[in-house]
Design a protein. Structure first.
Length: 135
């Protein structure tokens, strides 16, 4: 018999809120959710694996629309042969954006260090002036 999970159990296992899981179902990232009496969702190991994969893609920086694009490609071709090259393109694009952000942050850090040093020098100068006046 296949293992099944209630939404709260699954949420704890994958580290997502039940609302997030419902949202992924609403937008089509999580398909074929079974329901039992009263309309309660029942999730399978396959759903758990899919959510873990979605979480990994999110950590890689992919947007929900990019994930949806990959899902659409997979549904059309039913093979990863078309999905994997697109996933590589998306990952390369995100890596480039990260490099750009790093460069911007390094520039910002240099600016902060420069202004901090100027402020520190001014404080030292003001302190010396104060001492001279009080002597």
């Amino acid at each position: 018999m296949l293992k099944s999970f209630k939404i709260g159990e699954l949420a704890d296992i994958v580290g997502m809120s039940p609302r997030t899981i419902r949202y992924y179902e609403e937008i089509g990232l999580l398909n074929s959710i079974k329901r039992i009496e009263g309309g309660k969702r029942v999730f399978t190991d396959q759903d758990m694996q899919r959510l873990k994969f979605i979480k990994r893609l999110k950590h890689l920086g992919l947007t929900l629309s990019e994930m949806h694009e990959l899902e659409d490609i997979y549904q059309i071709h039913r093979t990863n042969k078309k999905v994997l090259p697109r996933l590589l393109e998306l990952m390369d694009s995100h890596a480039s954006k990260i490099d750009e952000r790093i460069q911007n942050l390094m520039g910002l850090k240099e600016d902060i260090t420069h202004y901090r040093n100027k402020i520190h020098q001014k404080m030292i100068k003001d302190e010396r002036s104060e001492r001279r006046r009080s002597q």
